[in-house]
Ligand binder design. Sequence first.
Ligand code: UDP
Ligand code: MG
Length: 160
Amino acid sequence: MATKGVKEQTLVLIKPDAMQRGLVGEIVTRFEKKGLKLVGMKMMGLDEALLREHYAHIADKPFFPGLAKFMQGTPVIAMCWEGLEVVDAVRKITGITKARQAEAGSIRGDFAMSVSCNVVHASDSVENAEKEVKRFFKTDEIHNYDKSEYTHVYAADELV
Ligand code: UDP
Ligand code: MG
């Protein structure tokens, strides 16, 4: 899977709090308006094994059981977004973990108040993004297509 240049990819999850609060459209719109390309999208329930793998870096924390329960409260929407330095761009659009201190204008800054119920997940590095996209999507669930607006989103020398 090519993940360099404008083909860099990242994983975003729309979490159960956003599903319950009817924020799916708002969240997708933020990424679309930025000029990112949606190359994968599906609704799925997360089992304990997947959550342990996805949250391996915090699986031994006291808040993990509560987080796992929260993440299983509804299905989530998994999305793969593509673009130039997209991992970094999406983290900025997402905002910091503690949503009530996240910058206004970011998704968490505009739509959430909690540390746990913070509306979205976004991959935190190019290396982790590659692993996370593979964890949530089969190869044939990631789509390759031309986006006509790209010639307006990027300069010619960025489209490599
Ligand atoms: N989380 C939590 N309590 C904490 C820290 C994290 O419930 O004290 C949850 C929260 O939903 C967060 C997720 O665990 O988004 C993953 O934590 P991470 O540090 O990777 O933050 P993120 O990358 O999502 O900003
Ligand atoms: Mg993280």
